[in-house]
Design a protein around this ligand. Structure first.
Ligand SMILES: [Zn+2]
Length: 252
């Protein structure tokens, strides 16, 4: 039998002798072996179809840091290689089937308090129920507010850290890229997991009588001092002390 490059050799997406069908069957066997696994299974050719799933994927694609690696992730996730994916608060753990099964972890920072409060204030009155929220049934301006780069609900590259057990030394290997798209597919089915992942309460976005979100629905002007905490990144001097957080959260 001739020698073929291993799948881990990063110049090759798939060795020629392994068809997509074979790879998919292998991934299915792996998923069955894992028992309680939550494989990423796409319903059609698209990775995501709903507001939340699409918004997650579009957020990834807006960052040039990721541009080279993401197309391979699309190929991988479409072929059923993400054989397990679980989203918890601050962490996504996944298993990706290549020539071996690799462990992938994506850590995502919580949304900083000030940023979340600003999102909720700007969206106050726009979403009436949990069903509307999860089904993405709200106005275009509300969608745009939730998706705003840096000030919306979706993570910046500085808010995500990745690891994979494969030998590819690149910061984002194709297994990680597949998992990032797998998260988008999972949010299609269970959008509430975005709130779990980012450690915020989805109820804060829903309009209630006597809601604590009583401020006017206008974009807030942010003071420079609060930018660091809002974005969760150090903007100026790295050693500058952060302002102490308020003693209470979420109006409790
Ligand atoms: Zn990898």
């Amino acid at each position: 039998m001739p020698r073929y490059p291993r799948v881990e050799d990063d110049d090759y997406d798939w060795p020629q002798y392994v068809s997509v069908g074979e790879r998919r069957r292998k991934a299915e066997r792996e998923a069955a072996r894992l028992g309680e696994a939550s494989p990423v299974v796409l319903k059609g050719s698209r990775i995501a179809n709903t507001f939340w799933g699409k918004a997650w994927c579009e957020n990834l694609e807006r960052y040039s840091d990721y541009a080279n690696r993401l197309p391979r992730g699309r190929t991988y996730v479409r072929s059923g290689c993400v054989v397990d994916l679980k989203i918890r608060s601050g962490t996504v753990k996944a298993l990706v089937s290549g020539s071996r099964v690799y462990d992938v972890e994506v850590k995502v920072s919580p949304i900083p308090n000030l940023r979340w409060k600003a999102v909720c204030q700007d969206c106050a009155g726009a979403i009436d129920s949990l069903v509307e929220l999860l089904e993405g049934r709200f106005s275009k301006p509300t969608m745009e507010r939730l998706c705003q780069e840096k000030t919306g609900m979706f993570p910046l590259p500085t808010e995500m850290k990745f690891s994979c057990s494969c030998p590819d030394s690149a910061r984002m290997c194709k297994h990680i890229a597949a998992v990032l798209y797998g998260i988008g597919a999972r949010l299609d089915e269970k959008p509430q997991l975005l709130f779990t992942l980012r450690n915020v309460d989805q109820q804060d976005l829903i309009t209630k009588a006597g809601s604590r979100l009583t401020k006017p629905k206008t974009a807030r002007l942010l003071e420079t001092d609060s930018l660091s905490e809002l974005f969760g990144i150090d903007i100026a001097e790295p050693k500058r002390r952060r302002k102490p957080r308020p003693a209470t959260r979420k109006g409790s």
